[in-house]
Design a protein around this ligand. Sequence first.
Ligand SMILES: [Zn+2]
Length: 106
Amino acid sequence: MAKIMRTERVEQKIVVQTQCDICKKLAEGDGPDGWLSLSSGHSEWGNDSVDSMDHHDVCSYACCMTAVREVFDRFGEYESLYMDVGSLDQRFLKDMLESVDGGDRG
Ligand SMILES: [Zn+2]
């Protein structure tokens, strides 16, 4: 069996720069060194669990903490809140946030 070939050019979108969602800094490429990707959401019933799904690219520890704080401020009351920051889990992040705030957050 022979295969009949033709040549095609395919247009492709490629990431050329990444922007920090917090401080709006730009860096070359997709996922620059030292940056983190943060995904979050919750899985309660209803449409708001879809609306809760979020993704941030952050450039630094400070911007990461700001993004984590925003997620806890919006969805901290949900039992099913999840947050993936690199390999850090939600409990670790909450501890980190509380240590930064001096432990005065409820
Ligand atoms: Zn930043």
